[in-house]
Write a protein that binds this ligand. Structure first.
Ligand SMILES: [Zn+2]
Ligand SMILES: [Zn+2]
Length: 352
């Protein structure tokens, strides 16, 4: 197979490697599409733990075709087109969290056959547990299915924090997670979605893509005042934070939330956060919650829910997937994803 191998920071190579064989309960996938996620860029920018083996494979937003079955697999057939739930979300299956379906917060999440494992969407082939494969209807493309991982994160966020039908939902951030979350929120009946970002171009795309009804450009308008101005001074019932990183945005989110409202943290922050517990949290009696990846909700797979919404045209992936590169140009794919201001990318997909 043609393995996409990451040697550290910007050194990505495509090399011939033996195609892996599926073990019991596993299948071999011929990958067709893989999205470049923000967490892939975290590694690309040199932030990967030095203890990891070099080179490594990655790519957890993926879709492809089943090419071989391991022993005991009877739910899939060779030739099936499938979307693949990220393998770093596999739980141990027996802890309290796994038993109640919250395997995304299993303390042993991502351990397969005793060692840490993830999906390898940037390689031409990957072995994955059969239960992580979701058959795709014929009209759902591999590219669209590759970002079901993002959509499932949106489904989980909205399951944990229901969006108001007759109120205001704010999404802070204008990246792929903000877009997918916005579309999911609208599909779940959100009355008005306001998206906040820095650049006008992706925000216009958000409106065109049905991910937002209104936008605030924080480079030219104070975002807290902007939300208050659009809500008769009351603030938003629900505020989703999707930026994370080194920012201090949770405080801003609490300031734009309405009394009794909810702030849901979807972005991954790398810095401790300072927020005003007294005048924001206590005075308005806010709910502050986090939403980490996805798993199942009331017994139903959130990945399957995302797929059902996509397959019934209630989600529109086309405007979100802005750039496509063949695996032979994976370096260019990462350059485009790394500098979205220059490339104009929202989600970049690598094809095999
Ligand atoms: Zn991701
Ligand atoms: Zn577990």
């Amino acid at each position: 197979m043609k393995a996409g191998l990451f040697y550290g920071e910007k050194d990505i190579r495509v090399e011939n490697r033996p195609t892996p064989e599926p073990g019991p309960g596993e299948v071999l996938i011929g990958i067709k599409a893989a999205g470049v996620c923000g967490s892939d860029l975290h590694n690309y920018r040199g932030n990967r733990a030095a203890t990891q083996d070099v080179p490594w494979e990655q790519g957890h937003e993926l879709a492809g075709v089943v090419e071989a079955l391991g022993s005991g697999v009877n739910t899939l057939s060779v030739g099936d087109r499938v979307g693949i739930e990220a393998e770093h979300l596999v739980g141990c299956g027996h802890c309290r969290e796994c038993v109640r379906g919250d395997y995304h917060i299993c303390p042993e999440r991502g351990i397969v056959h005793g060692s840490r494992h993830g999906s390898h969407g940037f390689s031409s082939h990957d072995v994955t547990v059969a239960s992580n494969c979701f058959p795709l209807p014929d009209h759902v493309s591999f590219d669209d299915a590759a970002i079901l991982d993002c959509y499932a994160c949106g489904v989980h966020a909205v399951n944990r924090t229901p969006v108001p039908v007759d109120g205001t939902t704010v999404i802070v951030g204008a990246g792929a997670i903000a877009f997918t979350l916005g579309q999911v929120a609208k599909a779940y009946g959100a009355g008005r979605v306001i998206m906040i970002g820095t650049r006008p171009e992706p925000l216009q795309t958000a409106i065109d893509a049905g991910a937002a009804d209104q936008v605030i450009i924080n480079a030219t308008e104070d975002p807290v005042q902007g939300v208050l101005d659009r809500t008769d001074g009351e603030g938003a019932e629900v505020v989703f934070e999707t930026v994370g990183g080194e920012s201090q945005l949770i405080a801003q989110c609490t300031a734009m939330a309405r009394r009794g409202g909810t702030v849901s943290v979807v972005g991954l922050f790398t810095q401790p956060q300072t927020l005003d517990s007294q005048t924001q949290g206590m005075a308005k009696e806010l709910v502050l919650t986090w939403s980490n990846s996805y798993s199942s909700w009331q017994g139903i797979s959130e990945y399957q829910t995302a797929l059902d919404l996509l397959a019934s045209d209630r989600l529109n992936a086309a405007p979100i997937i802005t750039h496509r590169f063949p695996q032979s140009q994976i370096a260019e794919a990462f350059v485009a994803a790394d500098d979205k201001r220059t490339s104009g990318a929202i989600r970049v997909v690598v094809n095999h």
